[in-house]
Design a protein around this ligand. Structure first.
Ligand code: 97T
Length: 244
């Protein structure tokens, strides 16, 4: 898989893709991540990427031409394989694990980072395949959202993670949060690891973990809880927890 991140701040993006798990996938040869300087696709002396908004108003808008030319050049380089072209913007659909799985299924992902008051709408309408937000807060630019998306997608590419079993245990795969995890020492500053985890009773441990996931999701994420399909075993675990 190839991921291109198109930005006016390549020096912000570059160190992140050179390190972390993203580097592992590139080392393994299953993932290629390129940081692309949008200014390479300008033609004027000042390498202009923005301009005043038509109709007036505060701030600047990113010009369409450098984005169109960058995407064309990158797709050409990649041999015109199927691509998703994603603009990161507060106006986009909210990013989630389902979208990460979708994006991981195409061989070429191009992430376009916006700044200022936004990007010329023609980029969103005629060039991008997707407009994506990573959450309801305002950032200074699309670089961090692009890195978030790149990370979430890259770890799904076969060979990027050392142990693919962990993918099956991801939160959201079955719509529940993960259970609490502990490691040695079994007691630290008087804080003890729950006895059941030290017991070696695998069935009881599995039941305890399932219950913790249910309780946490109900307490912290009513939005996820609404959609959970509870099994008869889940209802029994919850009933017992309420009694005991
Ligand atoms: O706040 C932003 C500014 C520019 C580009 C993207 C964002 C954003 O994306 N998700 C949340 C905020």
């Amino acid at each position: 898989m190839r991921i291109d991140i198109v930005t006016i701040f390549p020096e912000m993006v570059e160190p992140v893709v050179r390190c972390s798990m993203l580097a592992r996938g590139q080392q393994a040869g299953v993932l290629q991540i390129h940081t692309v300087d949008l200014r390479q696709f300008t033609h004027d002396r000042h390498r202009t990427t923005d301009d005043a908004p038509f109709g007036g108003g505060a701030g600047m808008v990113m010009k369409p031409e450098p984005f169109f030319e960058a995407v064309e050049a990158l797709r050409e380089q990649a041999g015109w394989v199927p691509a998703r072209i994603v603009v990161t913007t507060p106006q986009g659909r909210l990013f989630n694990q389902r979208m990460a799985v979708e994006f991981a299924q195409v061989p070429h992902l191009i992430l376009l980072c916006g700044h200022y008051e936004g990007i010329d709408e023609r980029v969103c309408q005629y060039l991008a395949t997707d407009e994506v937000s990573i959450g309801d807060y305002v950032l200074t630019g699309g670089e961090l959202p692009a890195l978030v998306i790149a990370d979430a997608v890259a770890r799904l590419v076969p060979g990027v993670l050392g142990n693919p079993e962990s993918l099956q245990q991801d939160s959201f795969v079955d719509g529940l949060l993960a259970p609490p995890q502990y490691t040695r020492p079994a007691e630290y500053r008087g804080y003890r690891v729950p006895d059941v985890l030290l017991s070696g009773h695998h069935a009881q441990i599995a039941r305890w973990r399932r219950l913790q996931r249910l309780l946490r999701t109900r307490e912290r994420r009513p939005d996820l809880w609404q959609k959970v399909q509870l099994t008869p075993e889940d209802l029994k675990l919850l009933r017992e927890a309420e009694e005991g």
